[in-house]
Design a protein around this ligand. Sequence first.
Ligand code: MTE
Length: 336
Amino acid sequence: MLIKVPDGGECRESQVTPEETYLNRRRVLKGLVASAAFSTVPSLSSLAEASRYAGVAVAKAPAWFDDKLLHAQWQASPDGESLTPFRDATHYNNFYEFGPDKGDPARHAAGMVTEPWTVMIDGEVERPGQYSVEDLFAPSRLQERIYRLRCVEAWPMVIPWLGIPLAGLIERLAPTSAAKYVRFETLARPEQMPGMRAGFSLIDWPYVEGLRMDEAVHPLTLLAVGMYGRVLPNQNGAPLRLVVPWKYGFKSIKSIVRISFVREQPKTTWQAMAPDEYGFYANVNPQVSHPRWSQARERRLPGSLFSPNIRQTQLFNGYADQVSHLYAGMDLARDY
Ligand code: MTE
C-alpha cells in the first residue's frame, strides 16, 4: 500500500471519549427516537456530544435510514474498549478515489452523490438485478456492532457501525451452488472523485475486493450504512460499505455499487497492484510481516509522541475465537 506512517492523527489522548459517554448518548437517543423526536438530535446538549461532532459536517440521512434508526438494535455488551473519537474516524481515512492523503476523503468526498444509489447484483445468483440500497435493507433491522478496524498500515480504530449482517442479504439473494466467492466493486465516478483524476493511476479502478463465501456469510461480516448512531459519512464509504473486522482494513470496501457471486477467486485491487505485499485473505496476523514493516505491534489512534498508545497486534484482530475455524489446515504465512 502507498503507506505513510501514521502521524498520530488529529487528536490527543485526552480526547478519547469513554464508552460510557457514548452508551449514555445512545440511551438518550433511544428515548428521543421512541418519542418520534429524532429530528431534535442536535438539541442533545451534553458537552460530550458537542465535542464529538464539533466541526464535523454530517450529511443529512435519507428518510429510509431515519426510519430504520427508530428500530435499530444497539449493541448490548460492548467489549469495554474506548471508541475512536468521531472526528478521527472521519478525518483520518483511506479512500484513494479521493486522493492519497489521510485528509483527502474528508476534504473531497462531500461531492460524491449518494442518492439515488443502486447496487447491481449479478453472477451465480437466483435474484440478480439492480436494487436500491433501501430495497436491499428493507426487510432487515439495523444492528450496531462495535468493532476494531485494523489498517494494514498498523493503526487500529474502534468504531460503532450500524448495518446488517451480509449473511442475511446473501440468503435473500440466493446464490447458486456454483458461487464460491463474492466480489465487490466501488463506484468509479472520476468527475466526483478527484483521486481518480489526479494521475493517481497506480490503481486500476474501480476498487475491487472479495471474500470466500464462508467468510461472506460469517456472522461478523457486516454491510454498514451508518456509524456512531448516524448515517455513514461519504468519506467512510456512504451509502454502504463492507466491514470485515478480522481482516486488514483494505478488505472493507467502501461505496459499493456491485456485488457479484462468482466461481473463481476475484482479483482484488491491492493484490493486483502488489501481489508480493497484499494477499487475498489479508487476515490480521502479528506473525506475518508486511514485506516493508512488521505487523507485530500497532499504534492506536489517537496517540502522541509522549503517549504513542502502542499495543501488540492480536491474531485475527482479536476475533480468533470466532473465525479461526475458517482457516483450519491453511498455512497462514503462505495464504496471507
Ligand atoms: N474502499 C475504497 N473504495 N477505496 C479505498 O481506498 N481503502 C481501504 C478501505 N476501503 C479504500 C476502501 C483501506 S486501506 C482502509 S484501512 C479502510 O477502507 C479505511 O476505512 P476508514 O477510512 O473508514 O477508516
